[in-house]
Design a protein around this ligand. Structure first.
Ligand SMILES: C[S@@+](CC[C@H](N)C(=O)[O-])C[C@H]1O[C@@H](n2cnc3c(N)ncnc32)[C@H](O)[C@@H]1O
Length: 237
């Protein structure tokens, strides 16, 4: 079932930011300016708060990025993948085909010319054509606000399983909108542990919890719905 909800953007400031044609951030000692296009591409063409949370987490330095092979799923405008590349990772930034032009524009505009090779844009629809990507070939799998469509969960889980191995950190920053989102994260954590062998890395790896989040994230209830969690060590979101 679908519902059409008309709204007046001027009376809903939270929605009006979706209509901004560009947004700017500061990460990795650089200005990152991204083009948005909500009217043409919808959810894939605006920066979601989970992506900002994930970038803040990457900047905290808990995960080694230098020279690491990373892949971002459902990248949208590409913020998290771009920041991971600026912080030293070699990143494959992926989304469905309609999102790729804007993604390429944002990568080109924000990765310095001599580092362009650090970020490659590629089509990846969850669960499809996975053989194009090396099985277990990534040190890091990134996803910001990609746990939101229940019908995609089986394909998303297959994708996470294909891309990761015991050495992989899977970082998902999520806004939990429905119980099924949380259920999916627990299931994914369990499946990835099973497939990835014994737990690696420090126990109690610092998740980004509401009360531990950077100050700028603590205002408002929203921050309590975000977590950046290394799924291999995830116990409770
Ligand atoms: C809510 S947006 C998040 C975008 C971006 N990661 C961010 O946080 O700003 C969800 C993203 O998942 C992508 N997506 C949805 N279903 C997908 C699928 N089946 N395969 C690949 N990407 C998908 C959408 O195109 C969109 O870019």
């Amino acid at each position: 079932m679908m519902a059409l909800v008309p709204y007046d953007r001027s009376s809903l400031p939270a929605l009006s930011k979706l209509h901004d044609t560009s947004v700017e951030f500061h990460f990795a000692n650089r200005r990152v300016r991204l083009t948005q296009d909500w009217n043409r591409l919808g959810v894939a063409a605006v920066v979601w708060d989970a992506a900002v949370v994930l970038c803040m987490y990457l900047e905290l330095g808990q995960i080694e990025l230098g020279g690491k092979a990373a892949i971002e799923l459902g990248a949208g405008t590409g913020l998290a993948g771009i920041v991971a590349a600026l912080l030293g990772a070699r990143v494959t930034i992926t989304d469905r085909e309609p999102a790729l032009d804007l993604l390429r524009t944002n990568v080109r505009d924000n990765i310095p010319p001599d580092q362009q090779g650090a970020a490659v844009v590629s089509e990846l629809t969850w669960g499809e054509g996975l053989e194009r990507f090396p099985a277990g070939g990534y040190d890091l799998v990134l996803g910001a606000d990609i746990v939101y469509l229940e019908e995609t969960f089986p394909a998303l889980l297959r994708t996470l399983e294909h891309l990761s191995s015991a050495r992989t950190a899977v970082l998902l920053a999520c806004r939990i909108r429905y119980d099924c989102d949380r259920t999916f994260l627990h299931r994914a954590a369990a499946e990835l542990r099973r497939g990835g062998g014994p737990l690696r890395g420090p126990e109690g790896h610092p998740h980004l919890q509401g009360d531990q989040a950077p100050d700028s994230l603590q205002s408002g209830a929203l921050s309590h719905f975000y977590r950046a969690a290394k799924l291999q060590t995830l116990v409770e979101l």
